[in-house]
Each structure stands twice: as C-alpha cells, then as structure tokens.
Design a protein around this ligand. Structure first.
Ligand SMILES: [Fe+2]
Length: 228
C-alpha cells in the first residue's frame, strides 16, 4: 500500500488549499505468455541449455543483485554474452528470444501506454541461463534493466517443487507488501518492469535429481537502452 498525497483546492475558511491523502494500491504491469516457444524453438533451447549445463557457475559470480553488500541469490548461472564471443549470432536461444521480443514487438502488449512508448526505444538485451537446485532462491530484489523477461522450461521431467516467482506491486522505496505469485510452468514467459521487486522462493528437490537436471531452469531476458 502506497500513500500518494493529493492536493485539492477548496475554499475553506481562510485556507484555500486543503491537503487530503488517499491510499492508492499500485498495480504492477506484466505480460504472461503460455506455450511461448513452438516445438522447434523449444528443442533448440533445450539442446543449447543441455550443452551449457556443465558450464554454469556459482550465481554469486553472475552480477547478482545485492542489499547492504549481501548477495541476494543462491543458484547457478551463465550469461550468454560471457560464454559466446557474439551471442547474437552464435546462440540459438539468444536469436530466438531477440526475435520473439523485439521483432515481434512483444512488449506492445503492455496495457500501460507509457510503458509501450518507452519499450519502443529499447535497443539492448542481455540474457542469462539460471538453474536452481535444492534450497536455491533469489530474495526480493530489482534488476538494473528496464524490462525483465523470465522464461521457464524443463530439460528433463521436472522433479522439484517450490521456486515460485513473487512479483511485488512496487519498487524498493515502496517496501511493497502485496504480490502476484507465478508458478514457473514449463514454456511460460513473463515480463514486467525491472524496477518492481521480485523474488524466487526456495526450490525443493533431492541433490541426486538436481544433479541430473531435474531442477528449475530459467532464462532471463534483460532489456534496456545502450549506455553509450
Ligand atoms: Fe531479477
């Protein structure tokens, strides 16, 4: 719940301006797409992710969000642009998501007009593959990009529980308490403004099954503007 001061002019005695305060619940804009990739696209993503699985590194070394100097996530991951010299031409996954997000103008589907206008000028994307084993999580944080896209998929039949995404209705300064929970369904994509707080709840899975690739996979698509 966020308080927004509204000032209303009213002729009351000798004081012509009377401040009133109302409580306004912020709404978080988001897009959800089920069955986001077709069969051919999904098999390319699964194949590439299977190949990259052995190269995942400690998520603490993948430019994680922090709070008061403490790293907020525990998982494994790899940035496509770190692995490839030119991910835009070498990675099938990056090519697929760039096409789906930019060429198909996916973010035109945001209901908020100003968000659609801002997305129109986005010209940068960075992508990361993440994997969550037992107990892995990402505490409430925000991302440095403009729009965050998250895509969940399974390489093998999933054997984990938990790992829900909580999307909060505000930025860090709002200290938001209300959230929208999302299940990390296979082949589901969600996008939202990166400045809104979000969280990944702990994953539950045995170590043996997690090591076999039955845990929680997520591809993050960060979009924004070039800094140059
Ligand atoms: Fe994030």
């Amino acid at each position: 719940m966020v308080e927004h001061p509204l000032w209303e002019r009213a002729a009351v005695g000798s004081n012509p301006i009377v401040p009133i305060r109302v409580l306004v619940m912020k709404r978080v804009p988001f897009i959800v797409k089920e069955n986001f990739l077709n069969e051919d696209e999904l098999s390319l993503v699964v194949k590439e992710s299977t190949d990259l699985f052995q190269y995942l590194i400690d998520g603490k070394k993948t430019n994680p969000a922090t709070l008061d100097g403490k790293i907020l996530k525990q998982n494994m991951g790899i940035h496509y642009h770190d692995y490839y010299d030119n991910a835009h031409t070498s990675s099938d996954t990056v090519k697929i998501f760039n096409r789906k997000v930019f060429e198909d103008a996916l973010y035109n589907e945001f209901e908020v007009e100003v968000l659609r206008d801002l997305c129109y000028n986005m010209d940068w994307s960075g992508m990361m593959l993440s994997y969550y084993k037992n107990g892995d999580h990402y505490k409430p944080h925000y991302d440095g990009s403009f729009i965050t896209g998250l895509y969940w998929f399974d390489i093998k039949p999933r054997k984990f529980t938990g790992g829900e995404l909580y999307l909060y209705n505000g930025t860090q300064r709002d200290n938001p308490q209300h959230l929208v929970p999302f299940q990390p369904k296979n082949n589901r994509f969600i996008a939202f403004p990166s400045c809104y707080m979000h969280e990944v709840k702990p994953v539950v899975i045995s170590d043996e099954l997690a090591n076999q690739g039955h845990g929680r996979f997520c591809i993050s698509v960060f979009c924004g503007h070039k800094s140059t």
